[in-house]
Design a protein around this ligand. Structure first.
Ligand code: HEM
Length: 212
């Protein structure tokens, strides 16, 4: 644990932890989106996918512990950096003058991050920690999205998620040392493509479920 507290003690260490955990979330979101797309195959396909996940038992619990640890590191470190930067005012984290650095995404990172955090807590209570006896995961999801309020909420938060990733992806590679005139624009474009993929991929699902 010593290495973790040492790393988190320095400013660059905090940025690296933000970057590594941020990249971890990108992989999680890719897997979660791929799994959620089984909804298009119908209720049985979605339920079969969820059952398969649960049948992985200890493996899935291990992944959940990893996810929770990443979330704690990302959120706590992000919070510390936000307040440190507010105090310093002169050197801001993530908001910088480098190409790709001044966008709506870069200016709103702490706020979009907070909205995503609140969303995840709500989302877990709604779908993960809910009572699943005598029902199926598809029934839980389709009941939720029969309410236009939840459809609007999910779709709006997916726009916020897209904005966060549009800058976060580019920024994490800058932190990890991929700052190069040749590669930075490519990384920036990949970040935009990913944000559209996640925004549209997750955002259209509740609307689709509401109409089936
Ligand atoms: C339309 C969009 C989404 C739908 C329909 C959806 C659906 C679900 C469902 C049904 C579960 C519960 C799985 C189970 O317990 O069997 C779940 C879990 C989860 N979702 Fe989502 N999700 C969506 C978007 C998101 C987004 C954008 C994030 C993150 C920013 C996210 C993060 C999570 C997390 C962390 C879990 C818990 C994973 C686990 O512990 O197994 N979800 N989601």
């Amino acid at each position: 644990m010593g290495w973790l507290t040492d790393t988190l003690g320095t400013s660059i260490g905090k940025k690296i932890m933000m970057a590594v955990t941020g990249l971890g979330f990108i992989f999680f979101l890719l897997a979660h989106l791929a799994g959620n797309l089984t909804i298009y195959g119908g209720g049985d396909t979605f339920n079969a996918y969820a059952e398969h996940l649960h049948s992985l038992g200890p493996l899935i619990h291990l992944a959940e512990v990893g996810l929770l640890s990443m979330a704690l590191i990302h959120v706590i470190t992000g919070g510390i950096l936000f307040f440190q930067n507010r105090r310093a005012r002169t050197s801001r984290y993530v908001v910088n003058a480098r190409a790709g650095g001044r966008t709506i995404g870069s200016r709103t990172m702490p706020y979009t991050g907070l909205i995503i955090l609140l969303f995840i807590v709500f989302h877990l209570v709604q779908f993960h920690f809910t009572d699943k006896t005598d029902t199926t995961i598809f029934e839980i999801v389709s009941t939720a999205f029969s309410n236009p309020f939840y459809v609007a909420l999910y779709t709006a938060v997916m726009v916020v998620l897209a904005i966060h990733i549009s800058h976060g992806f580019w920024s994490l590679f800058q932190t990890l040392g991929a700052s190069h005139p040749k590669y930075s624009p490519v990384i920036f474009i990949i970040g935009i493509c990913l944000s559209i993929l996640f925004g549209a991929g997750f955002g259209i699902l509740p609307i689709y479920v509401a109409f089936i």
